[in-house]
Design a protein around this ligand. Sequence first.
Ligand code: ADP
Ligand code: MG
Length: 388
Amino acid sequence: MSRVTIDELTKVYDSPSGSIEAVDDLTLAIDDGEFIVFVGPSGCGKSTTLRCIAGLETVTDGTIEFGAEDVTDQKPKERDIAMVFQNYALYPHMTARKNMAFGLKMSTDLSEDEIEDRVEETAQMMGIEELLADKPKALSGGQQQRVALGRAIVRDPAVFLMDEPLSNLDAKLRAQMRTELQQLQHDLDVTTVYVTHDQTEAMTMGDRIVVLNDGELQQVGTPLECYHRPANRFVAGFLGSPPMNFLPVEADLDAGALSHPRFSLSLSDSIMADLDGTELVMGIRPEHGSLTTTPDAHPEPERLVEATVTVTEPMGDVTNVYLDVGGESVTVTAGGHLGLTDGESVWLYVPEAKLHLFDAETGTAIKHSDEPIESTRVSEASRYAETA
Ligand code: ADP
Ligand code: MG
């Protein structure tokens, strides 16, 4: 177990077409035993950061510490880590048992018997005892990934590093493995850095998530913090499916409203008073909008925005309604079956407490939704309280 401290990490690749800043001045402290997820679009620097932590890349600048030890210049095998990759990387000519034992043989001076015991014990925990005699090609993708995880776990490292380990599995198995892996990490209590481009994995698995874009840190926080209190428009748009709707608006301070060429939305004075600039982007989560076909019966008719239904997508429990709002496309996720027809006029209502506002130029968040963000996970505070 180990705390991991990354300080001003920069990694520049020199390529024939110029240099690429894959990681740009990243500073981050990962708690002992924490499950932290790096998430962001392809090419944002997740794998490079992970490879720097592993020692598979030399850093251009900055330092990496495990506990109090500076490991920046250590070789991978000198660091107490175990990695799991997307492509399993099992040795094809070895049985599952040998695959799991191999790393222990190479990196420890455990006896054959001790190694055997640890492999058995880990296989039992992972539910793969029956697979130990098989070679990888006799195993399904899910079984191979379990063996690959088992091979990492048996090493009992200070830090697990996982790069998109579930990406090759089908959707159902991926969802199942997500839960299992989380449970396993919780039981083992080993500091884990998990990389994914999949925002659902990040939201469901991480104690905290680290959102990266273009090599730069966007936000670090619990999943709900990042979802409901995004630091900027990038984070707001990256987390959530269907994604947050964005509409360009101007703050009309005299009218006390956000104005768009095709509609105007009155807001409370308290919100308007906090606005600095006038060029804004309004953000609406699909689940925060509701629709009515009888605007006169609505308690806040002055806060309704007229829209036209373009497409409805009944999902069973909810319906995704795609709207045209003054030429902009807006998605609303409504409960149940609404019986709306394409082309129908409806009125969109968003409680102002749920509205997000961003600076149009910088993307920095100005106002958040008031959704609660307390989670049932162990909070930072109680984590420290435990060890204090
Ligand atoms: P991610 O894992 O988030 O998809 P990567 O960390 O793999 O992103 O890549 C970050 C950036 O660095 C990308 O622009 C990628 O093309 C570049 N890159 C990664 N590895 C190398 C390399 N070995 N040589 C040159 N450029 C690289
Ligand atoms: Mg990658």
